[in-house]
Design a protein around this ligand. Structure first.
Ligand SMILES: [Zn+2]
Ligand SMILES: [Zn+2]
Length: 306
């Protein structure tokens, strides 16, 4: 019915106070571009760069769209200084992605998990690094991290944004959403395939294989002084690893650190998720799980410390 379509188009252009800005379609468009870049030639750093930049833009648009539904002043850096005129002209300092997450949780009551928040934080850091220095991290790590944000944004669209839309708006982005979902399946498949290829290399080392803090894959092999991720190639010293563990990795594991009864180093981490599927107490210096009873410290352990 073309007449009906034209009428609804007019209504949305000239209609009264349609404050659904910025539009979801714009966010989905960025998402689509990110997916296309992620799916393109994986050895091309430009593809990864634009995937990250556009994924970040998509996150800003989509999260802020939900904030505007709550109240338009919430997308201002300082909502206390917000004016409707500034909002309509778009001439104002907007809140950061981190502020948007906090307001969605605290004011709009939207659930965003710690993992999802971490993924957005990582993406922000990747974006800043790419803008200032180009691709300094391993492309596989950046891609794996981007995949986590893509996962979150599709979830956010499905759970939070799409249910509030009119049917014609849902239809307007329908074709793009199909492509975004296909892209997401492709990115997941890429990660699964790569992990499958690594299975042979990891075999026999499962008891020393933990989550990589860079790409969040269960593919980092502890080697004593250093830890090497077979998925993304990151090499992290055990000293750096302790900082990650202390702050909490994306898997939220091992926030408690103690002294190893086997080697007496301060590199014992509790509740570490191993590639074997177990959660164990793990020492990074004499890499492997510790069974506290069997590995009780010798009486003069403290005197042997280096
Ligand atoms: Zn990694
Ligand atoms: Zn040890």
């Amino acid at each position: 019915m073309p007449e009906e379509k034209a009428a609804s188009a007019r209504a949305s252009m000239a209609g009264p106070a349609q404050l659904d800005f910025p539009p979801i379609r714009n966010g989905v468009d960025y998402l689509l571009s990110a997916v296309d870049h992620l799916g393109s030639d994986r050895t091309d750093p430009r593809g990864i760069k634009y995937a990250v930049l556009h994924l970040h833009a998509a996150a800003e648009v989509l999260l802020k769209t939900r904030l505007v539904r709550e109240h338009w002043s919430l997308v201002f850096d300082d909502p206390g200084q917000a004016t409707e005129r500034a909002f309509r002209s778009g001439d104002f300092k907007s809140c950061t992605l981190a502020q948007a997450v906090a307001r969605l949780r605290n004011i709009a009551g939207i659930t965003i998990t710690a993992k999802e928040d971490d993924a957005l934080g990582d993406l922000g850091r990747d974006r800043n690094a790419l803008q200032h220095y180009g691709l300094t991290h391993n492309a596989h790590a950046v891609e794996a991290r981007a995949g986590r944000v893509l996962d979150f944004l599709v979830r956010f669209l499905d759970d939070v944004l799409l249910p509030g839309l009119e049917l014609d708006e849902v239809n307007a982005i329908g074709a793009d959403m199909v492509r975004v979902r296909d892209g997401l399946i492709g990115v997941r498949a890429f990660i699964t395939q790569r992990l499958r290829r690594l299975r042979g290399e990891l075999q026999g080392r499962e008891e020393r294989t933990i989550h990589c803090p860079h790409c969040d894959q269960l593919a980092m092999v502890a080697e004593g002084e250093t830890n090497r991720c077979l998925f993304c190639g990151a090499v992290v010293t055990t000293a750096e690893m302790m900082v990650y563990m202390y702050l909490g990795t994306p898997e939220d594991e091992g926030s408690l650190i103690g002294i190893c009864p086997r080697c007496t180093q301060h590199t014992l981490v509790y509740d570490v998720h191993l590639a074997t599927g177990e959660r164990v107490t793990f020492c990074f210096s004499c890499p492997g799980p510790i069974s506290t009873a069997a590995d009780a410290p010798p009486a003069d352990a403290s005197g042997e410390r280096r």
